[in-house]
Design a protein around this ligand. Structure first.
Ligand SMILES: NC(=[NH2+])NCCC[C@H](N)C(=O)O
Length: 281
């Protein structure tokens, strides 16, 4: 069973619309009742390359503890969060709990593998995968414990459409398996999923981290960093069906819903349907 929890992270990008997004979902959708991990505000010096570092760290530690608690009570955590920095907490919990070869499926328009040395925006939501690999700012790599949370050979990224040049180098240097969105459209989503599932078949546990900006913003407007084109709802449901039934998925995230940028509850309604779909698998 998946147990839903939420955290309204926004310090990883600074988009105000994320702050109320979890409350908005809870107030408007019956199936989105959840425990909330608060976002923690901490004071710290301004750093252009690591914005709101202290707040992001404190919040991700809270997320990691909540995810770990759900796992130890025998359930699978399903986190709905604001910006994608939250995945440093949620994936850390899965990794520490499952020990060893934890796999990660990262469904996103962005690889989010910048470090404090490569970032252009200074937004930490562009860095979680790097941090989980033990790269970059040390305080982002130590949630729950000091272990390095992921091995680069245990990651698959699906749907990339916006890779910063230094990110392309990091992906190459660490031999990270990724499928860009246009490659997927050319070779077929089912084929790419089959390959991804084979690639992670040695992993005893897998975490699926789904960013709504992996989808076409014309279809899903409620995201903070929209990139043209992307998956549609059928694609996402197919990915869930294949990944969640053929891999030992222990935990999942749904992130970056920004209700201020949503239109007529299109994105909010999708989040509700996605949760229902996932919980029904
Ligand atoms: N989770 C996201 N929406 N990430 C967007 C990251 C955009 C850009 N690559 C950055 O590092 O700032």
């Amino acid at each position: 069973m998946f147990e839903l929890y939420g955290c309204p992270t926004h310090y990883g990008v600074g988009a105000k619309g994320l702050v109320k997004s979890i409350d908005y979902l809870t107030e408007n959708f019956k199936n989105l009742q959840m425990n909330k991990v608060p976002e923690i505000t901490c004071k710290g010096p301004f750093r252009a390359n690591l914005k709101n570092l202290e707040s992001v760290c404190a919040t991700c530690e809270g997320i990691a503890q909540q995810g770990y608690h759900i796992l130890t009570s025998g359930h699978r955590p399903l986190m709905i969060a604001g910006d994608h920095s939250a995945a440093m907490g949620s994936v850390s919990a899965t990794s520490v709990y499952t020990k060893g070869e934890t796999g990660l499926i990262w469904i996103d328009a962005h690889p989010d593998i910048n470090t404090d040395k490569t970032t252009v925006t200074g937004n930490i939501h562009g860095m979680p995968v790097a941090a989980l690999l033990g790269l970059g700012e040390l305080s982002l790599t130590h949630f729950l414990d000091d272990s390095i949370k992921l091995k680069s050979g245990n990651i698959v990224m699906l749907g990339l459409r916006d890779i910063d040049p230094p990110e392309a180098e990091i992906l190459k240097e660490h031999h990270i398996r990724y499928y860009k969105w246009d490659y997927i459209m050319e070779h077929g989503l089912q084929n790419c999923l089959n390959e991804s599932i084979d690639y992670l078949s040695h992993c005893p546990a897998v975490h699926v981290s789904f960013d709504i900006d992996s989808m076409d913003p014309k279809l899903m407007p409620g995201v903070s960093v929209p990139v043209p084109e992307g998956f549609n709802e059928d694609d996402v449901f197919l990915m869930m069906d294949e990944l969640l039934t053929r891999l030992p998925v222990q935990a999942m995230d749904i992130v970056e819903f920004n209700h201020e940028l949503d239109k007529d509850d299109i994105t909010a309604g999708f989040v509700s349907r996605l949760v229902e779909h996932v919980q029904g698998l």
